[in-house]
Design a protein around this ligand. Sequence first.
Ligand SMILES: Nc1ncnc2c1ncn2[C@@H]1O[C@H](COP(=O)(O)OP(=O)(O)OP(=O)(O)O)[C@@H](O)[C@H]1O
Length: 273
Amino acid sequence: MAEVLEVHGLTITAKDTNRVLVRDSSFSVDAGETLCLIGESGSGKTLTGKALLGMLPDGLLMAGELSFGGEVMSGYGKKEWRQVRGRRIGVIYQHPEQALHPAIPIGRQLVDLLRSHLPVTRHAAEASARAMLDKVSLKDTDRLMKSYPFQLSGGMNQRVMVAMALLLKPELLIADEPTSALDVTTQSEIIALLQGLVAEEQLSMLFITHDLLLAGELADTIAVMKQGEIVEQGTAAAVMHRPKHAYTKQLLNCRSSFRFTSEEGAYLYVGNR
Ligand SMILES: Nc1ncnc2c1ncn2[C@@H]1O[C@H](COP(=O)(O)OP(=O)(O)OP(=O)(O)O)[C@@H](O)[C@H]1O
C-alpha cells in the first residue's frame, strides 16, 4: 500500500529549557490506514499531531523528517503549511470550540472554508456544505446551516467538526482525542461515524487517544508513546494481544475488560468496556 505519511526521527525540544518533549519518533501511515497514537497525558501525542500540521507553538524546536504524499514537509514555510493544513490534512479536536467560531453560523463557516480554498460559487459551496452535513448524519440541514455552535449539543458540534474536517476531501485526518469530552453513548456514535467515513472515503487517519481499547477497535496499527518516546508499535492485533513493552501491558491492565494471563503471556478479552 502507498505511504501517505512518513515521520522519521521526529524530535521536539523546548528551546528555553532544552527539555526533549518528543524523542526520535518514527512511524508511517499507509493509504486508507488508521494509526492510533496512544499514551498517557503528557507523553507527546498532541505535540506530534501539531508538528504534522505545522502548528507547533513558538518556543519549541523540531528536528527530523516529515513526508506527506511523498513530499518532504519539514522545511515548509507558513504559506506551504496553509496549503496543506485543513485542505490535504484535516483535523478534529477534543473540543469543537477549537475549530468552530462561536459567533458565526455553522453554514457560513462551512461555506467560507470551502470558498477560501476552492474557486466555487456561494450556491455550489452551500450545496456541498449541506451534503457534508448530511454525510455526518445531521438532519434538518436548513435549520442547522443557520445555527450557532452554542445552539447544538456536544455530539452535534462534534459531527459539524467532522464535516468541516472532511469538507475539502483531505487525504489524511488527524483526530486528537475527538471523543474524550463526550458521554459514552455519544462517543460510540462518533467513533462509528468516523469508522464509516474512513472506510467510505478511503481516508488515512492518525487517531490520538489515551484509551488503548478504543485504539484496538479503530486501528490498523498502534504506536505507544511514553514520556516522548514511541516504546512499541505494530499491528493492532500484535500490540493488543501480544504486547512486548511493560508500559503497554500496564495500559492494558488499567482497563478492566482485559486481563493479563502470565502462563500464556497473552491478553484475554473478557467482555465489553
Ligand atoms: N509550548 C510548550 N512548551 C513547553 N512544553 C510544552 C509545550 N507544549 C507541551 N509541552 C509539554 O510537552 C509534553 C507533551 O505534551 P503533549 O500535549 O504533546 O502531551 P499529550 O500526550 O498530548 O498529553 P494529553 O493527553 O494530556 O494531551 C508535556 O510534558 C507538556 O507539558
